[in-house]
Design a protein around this ligand. Structure first.
Ligand SMILES: Cc1cc2nc3c(=O)[nH]c(=O)nc-3n(C[C@H](O)[C@H](O)[C@H](O)COP(=O)(O)O)c2cc1C
Ligand SMILES: C=C(O[C@@H]1CC(C(=O)O)=C[C@@H](OP(=O)(O)O)[C@H]1O)C(=O)O
Length: 390
């Protein structure tokens, strides 16, 4: 499976073409809209989220509520485009637009200046429109298709916010919760946090950042339940699933770090406190007594849940001015802001769930084929039995 997306933040629409989704997978518009709506929620977002009402249009590859095996085309419209039609016009500049204001003031922490130099644009709108995290909308739409595939084979991808600014959630109960319980609790939390006391403090931190014209980041954890042994491979560097998941997570706008299992903590511990001992029982077959390595060994899944965390930096656009240099005058200026999110960690949690779902689904299709789900199912069931009795 693979996909390509196109679309600008304030252009008419975002588009994706997905290739390689097996035929006969039940897929409804509602499956995708549910994920899109989840991504739009979350405490700390700016005014743009009140304008957009993200809904997908399935333009190809699905018939009678099922995938056909043909490429799937998804479209999500940008409602805000109505206010940007002139600025985002695809026609050549006419007399009326010749004096149109260019973006000449790069924002620290954004793609603006690097992209402008690289692509030779004196109007940095040509960079910022595509670098914007608005693009995560269509990636989530693709991830929703992947989630649907994973669910068909008994896998569930859930995420929760572990930290916002200095406030950390207490996760002592996490191991006792089912994926459905995690979903239910986080869905009711404005910051997608499992610890309600911490959630209140997280919202206070977001309020404080906003009041001070600042922004705040955090840490998100995603867990994939029901994963079989053997997705990914040890044989090539770019087949390793841990590496692929890392790339997927770091490709989310503003994500600066990724950890699998105990992650960076492993550097502080002795080996006996890091590796997961192997056990066997008639019902489960092979399993690990602990899951410190987050379900991945040798670039492959080991049958334990995948546990992966990403850190999001604070939003770069601040109401409190940051210094930069105008590319026309070369003079310093202090950035002024029209609108921005103060914290997008809860939204990014949904994005991370969906990019992780995509990568796991892709590895699943590589292992079990992807012409149609019936042959995949037969192959999968046979393999599960082989793994259990191995
Ligand atoms: C869901 C989400 C919402 C975001 N909202 C904003 C925003 O309102 N303002 C902003 O300046 N950056 C926002 N960002 C972050 C920028 O898109 C990102 O920092 C920028 O594109 C530069 O990329 P980099 O931080 O990965 O280097 C958001 C990111 C995500 C994932
Ligand atoms: C539009 C979305 O996020 C946007 C991501 C973003 C950025 O710079 O990354 C900047 C903001 O956009 P605008 O400048 O239009 O207010 C966010 O609202 C979205 O998540 O759907």
């Amino acid at each position: 499976m693979r996909y390509l997306t196109a679309g600008e933040s304030h252009g008419p629409q975002l588009t994706a073409i997905i290739e390689g989704v097996p035929a006969h997978l039940p897929l409804l518009k509602e499956d995708i809209d549910r994920e899109l709506a989840r991504r739009q929620k979350g405490y700390g977002r700016g005014r743009r989220m009140q304008i957009e009402k993200d809904q997908v249009q399935i333009k190809a590859g699905v018939r009678d509520g099922k995938t056909t095996g043909a490429p799937i085309c998804l479209v999500v419209e940008n409602k805000d485009w109505q206010h940007w039609r002139n600025i985002m016009s695809v026609e050549p500049l006419d007399e009326a637009h010749v004096g149109r204001k260019r973006v000449t003031r790069p924002r620290p922490g954004h793609a603006d200046l690097n992209g402008a130099i690289k692509y030779a644009h004196r109007d940095m709108r040509n960079i910022l429109e595509r670098s914007s995290a608005r693009e995560t909308t269509i990636r989530v739409a693709c991830g929703a298709v992947a989630k649907k595939l994973l669910r068909y084979f008994g896998m569930e991808v859930v995420g929760h916010v572990k930290q916002i600014g200095p406030v950390e959630a207490s996760l002592d109960q996490l191991d006792q919760l089912s994926p459905q319980e995690i979903q239910r609790i986080t869905e009711d939390s404005p910051v997608r946090c499992l610890d309600q006391e911490a959630a209140q403090k997280m919202m206070q931190v977001i309020d404080k950042a906003k009041a001070e014209g600042d922004s705040v980041g955090g840490i998100v954890e995603v867990i994939v339940y029901g994963v079989p042994v053997g997705l990914g491979s040890h044989v090539h560097w770019d087949w390793k699933l841990d590496g692929r998941l890392g790339q997927a997570v770091l490709s989310i706008q503003a994500f600066k770090g990724v950890e699998i299992g105990i992650g960076f903590e492993a550097g502080k511990r002795f080996g006996s406190q890091v590796q997961d001992e192997i056990a066997w029982s008639r019902e489960r077959g092979y399993y690990r007594k602990t899951n410190r390595l987050g379900g991945l060994e040798g670039g492959m899944t080991n049958g334990m849940p995948i546990v992966i965390r990403g850190v999001m930096k604070p939003i770069p656009t601040l109401y409190k001015p940051l210094q930069s240099v105008d590319i026309d005058t070369k003079q310093p200026f202090e950035a002024s802001v029209e609108r921005s999110d103060s914290c997008a960690v809860p939204a990014a949690c949904v994005v991370m769930e969906n990019v992780v779902a995509w990568e796991v689904a892709r590895a699943f299709c590589e292992k079990f084929g992807h012409d149609h789900i019936f042959e995949m199912k037969a192959h999968y069931e046979r393999y599960l039995e082989e793994a259990r009795t191995f």
